[in-house]
Structure formats: C-alpha cells, structure tokens
Design a protein around this ligand. Structure first.
Ligand code: NAD
Length: 268
C-alpha cells in the first residue's frame, strides 16, 4: 500500500528530539524523505539513523533557526540533496532563555520569572527562537516552494500555551501566540501558491522539554485528574500524527488553522 507521504521531501526543525524526531520517523513510515535540522548534531544523527532504518533517505543539517543565514542554508541544502521541499514542520523551540533540550530547568534562572522580574535579554531570546526563528525558517522554505511551483504544506508547532495562561511564562506563551498569528497571515499570503500553512497546539507532551513538569507530582496529579479528560499526557507520536494529517492530501482544504492535540484540555 502506498504511504501517505510517498516521495515527499520534508524539512523538520527540532528534528533531533521529542516531537520533531517522532515526526521525522512517522513521516518516513509513510514514505517521506527527511531533512533533519537542529542545533544538536549527535541526536540529529540518531534521528537520521532512525529514518534510514525505515528504508528512507535522510540528512542532518546543523541549523540555528535564530540565524537568517542558517535558515537559508538549510533550505538550500534540502533542495541540493532532494531537488525540492514539499513539507516543513517547524518544531524547534525553547521553553526559556538558555534552554538546551533535556536540561533540568529548575536550576535555570530564566525559568518562571514574572514579567516584572524578567531580564530583557531572556525575553528577547525566547522570541528570537520561537517566533522570529520560525518566521526565518518558513521564509527560506516558502521561497523555494514558490520557486518550484508545486505547492506545499507548512506546519508550525505552537502550543496550547498560545491560549492558556500560567504565570512566569509570558515570553514562551507570547511567542507561541505570535506563531499562531504568523500561521494565519502566511496562510493567506501563500495561498495563491497552493502552499497551505497550519499550526499545531500540543498539550502536555512527554518529551525532554516537559520532563521537569512530569517530575512535579502535585502538578501532574492536577493535570491528570482535573485538566485532561483523557487522563494522560500526550506522546510525541500524538503530535506527529496530527502533523502527518496536515502534511497529507487528506488536509488539502485546511489552511490557517491550529489543531490542538491536548487530550481535551479545552473542554473545561
Ligand atoms: P525537545 O526539547 O525534545 O525538542 C526541541 C528541539 O528543538 C531540540 O532538539 C532542540 O535542540 C531544538 N532547538 C531548540 N532551539 C533551536 C534552535 N535555535 N535552532 C535549531 N533547533 C533548536 O522539546 P519538544 O517538546 O519536542 O518541543 C518541540 C516543540 O513543541 C517546541 O516548539 C515546543 O515549544 C513545542 N511544544 C512542546 C510541548 C511539550 O509538552 N513537550 C507542548 C506544547 C508545545
């Protein structure tokens, strides 16, 4: 049976870990070739190997999405290797300034600060990666998609935090709300080129980014009993499957939308 992404070329930022890695693997299971982009070369290489074990080709491109040059070089490398780009999943992101995937953030000075105590450079760092970096990645990829004239699908990993409030995370939440609006404007701008742009707002997902939350028994008990009707946190594969849908022809009438795989946290 043909895969749902047979022969498609997918660029995945944040592909070294968590949601990005699960998406790379899920896409490869459905026949895609994958360009893994991340700051973490070792873990990026592991994702490449996971894709190759599924019989699909993948490359790793060392990328800091904050840097305009890196984003252009990423898109150029993808086209040089595979000829074009059909899908972009922009999953690279940080929770707080200085976050390195898998860190224990409870020791980080930049986590949990209220706005009145927040350092300007910490605020700017989160916006620079999550919002501006996402825009730079999309701009570089969309230019190639427009040039190829074959349309495409761009998928931004935002967060349920784009529309929920928790003190101490204004920078993260504002950046994700910005990604949501970026998604809508780009959807309109790119529609004439048959490029669809959608976002995903995951709930709490079991990745290195959420490990510190998962260690907090009181927070977890409240989440499982009162916040998520399904009574579990999400798996990276839950988000990867949403991305697969948005990347596929099945979502050909979706653009400018945000889908929320959250276990139902907005039912309350
Ligand atoms: P993760 O830490 O496992 O993965 C994030 C990846 O992004 C890492 O591989 C990291 O190296 C990479 N990255 C960070 N900054 C980068 C940069 N400047 N350039 C290139 N790569 C960079 O965490 P995750 O949970 O898989 O996060 C993926 C996305 O999902 C993020 O945008 C995050 O905000 C979002 N998200 C996560 C959750 C959750 O509960 N885990 C919930 C909602 C949204």
């Amino acid at each position: 049976m043909p895969g749902r992404l047979d022969g498609k070329i997918a660029v995945i930022t944040g592909g070294a870990s968590g949601i990005g890695r699960a998406t790379a693997v899920r896409f490869a299971e459905e026949g895609a070739y994958v360009v893994v982009a991340d700051l973490l070369a070792g873990r990026g290489a592991e994702t490449v190997q996971a894709v190759e074990r599924l019989g699909r080709r993948a490359i790793f491109v060392l990328t800091n999405i904050k840097e305009e040059h890196d984003c252009e070089a990423l898109a150029a490398a993808a086209v040089a290797e595979f000829g074009r780009i059909d899908v972009l999943v922009a999953a690279a992101g940080i929770m707080y300034a200085g976050y390195v995937s898998g860190d224990d953030p409870t020791t980080a000075g930049a986590l949990g600060r209220h706005v009145v105590d927040k350092a300007l450079e910490h605020w700017q760092e989160v916006l620079a990666v999550n919002l501006t970096g996402t825009m730079l990645t999309e701009r570089a990829v969309a230019r190639r998609m427009i040039g190829a004239g074959k349309g495409g699908s761009i998928i931004n990993i935002a967060s349920h935090g784009a529309k929920t409030v928790r003190p101490g995370s204004a920078d993260y939440r504002a950046s994700k709300a910005g990604v949501w609006m970026l998604t809508k404007v780009l959807a309109v701008e790119l529609a004439p080129h048959k490029i669809r742009v959608n976002a995903i707002g995951p709930g709490l997902i079991d990745t290195p980014m959420s490990e510190y939350i998962q260690r907090d028994e009181a927070v977890m008990q409240n989440w499982l009993e009162n916040v998520s009707p399904l009574g579990r946190i999400g798996r990276p594969e839950d988000v990867a499957n949403t991305a697969l849908f948005l990347a596929s022809e099945e979502a050909s009438f979706y653009t400018g939308e945000i889908l929320f795989p959250t276990g139902g946290i907005f039912t309350g």
